[in-house]
Ligand binder design. Structure first.
Ligand code: ADP
Length: 285
């Protein structure tokens, strides 16, 4: 039986009331930002991810890496409160994942309907709706938060464009602006660099690097980017292969367990870590 199904009925009812009133969870000051113990998640009874255990302190930047189908998106969805877990425990600032207004979740670009008739400013304002509730209109301070956030990501001249008119990199910067306006303490991003050209990727990474007081969990494919821009990595392949600093985790045995020999890393003269793809098919990576 999972922890969720064990919760007494009264407690579950209290959670529902709290969600309706949009009240957020009060953080436990002594707890890590994220704590997972033997966490497992499933779709329709099929386990997609298991044996995930780690503590992440507030302000850490974590790259979640692993081959296609490893469970990266699944983990972010569980932490974001979008998917129930089926085994172990997961705590966000000491509490179950749901109802945290401090979490901003950014889905994969392919999961967003970019034809939706909203502007960049509308989407960034949506970051505030959790706190405003459905009935309160945005006030002057809220509008300033939105304008400031859009400026911080350099999208001032795109603020009133329909979201489908943006480039891929601009779309990711818009979501970062939404998280900034939300004053999110935890930001979950699912493959934000997928399909971006090199300059757009650099823009997004520079913005993420600057979120130094935000706890960041980013699903990524590129292990070189993970090593260069993140202080922690979590390596998955349907279960946790490793968690720690990039140097601790990106070892030959762990990479072999995750990628089956399709990638390896070498140290260059300047100490950088480089990923070498072999002749493996793209879908293996
Ligand atoms: P990754 O993000 O690492 O590519 P996912 O978390 O998307 O991996 O998927 C992990 C596993 O769960 C895969 O086997 C995938 O097919 C499966 N899966 C993902 N989403 C669903 C879903 N909505 N229904 C059923 N299975 C799913």
């Amino acid at each position: 039986m999972t922890e969720q199904t064990k919760a007494p009925v009264a407690l579950r009812a209290a959670r529902i009331v709290r969600r309706r009133t949009r009240a957020s969870v009060i953080h436990d000051a002594n707890a890590p930002a994220i704590a997972a113990r033997d966490l497992a998640a499933a779709y329709g009874g099929r386990i997609a991810l298991s044996a995930v255990s780690f503590d992440l302190s507030a302000g850490a930047h974590l790259a979640v890496v692993g081959p296609n189908g490893a469970g990266k998106s699944t983990l972010l969805k569980v932490i974001g409160g979008l998917l129930p877990w089926v085994g172990g425990t997961i705590r966000v600032h000491g509490h179950a994942p749901r109802d945290h207004l401090c979490i901003a979740y950014v889905p994969q670009r392919s999961d967003v309907d970019w034809r939706f008739p909203v502007t960049v400013a509308d989407v960034v304002l949506m970051g505030l709706t959790g706190r405003l509730g459905p009935l309160r209109r945005a006030g002057q301070r809220d509008r300033r938060l939105v304008t400031d956030a859009i400026e911080r990501v350099g999208l001032e001249d795109r603020a009133h464009r329909q979201i489908g008119e943006l480039s891929g990199g601009e779309q990711q910067r818009m979501f970062i602006a939404r998280a900034i306006a939300q004053e999110a303490e935890i930001v979950l991003m699912d493959e934000p660099l997928a399909g971006l050209d090199v300059p757009s990727e650099a823009d997004v990474l520079a913005l993420l690097d600057r979120l130094d007081r935000t706890t960041l969990l980013v699903a990524l494919h590129d292990l070189g980017v993970a090593a260069a821009h993140f202080d922690r990595v979590l390596l998955l392949r349907e279960r946790m292969i490793g968690f720690g600093t990039p140097a601790d985790v990106f070892r030959p045995d762990a990479l072999e367990a995750a990628y089956g020999g399709c990638v390896r890393m070498v140290r260059t003269a300047d100490g950088a870590l480089v990923v070498h793809d072999s002749a493996c098919p793209r879908e293996a990576l």
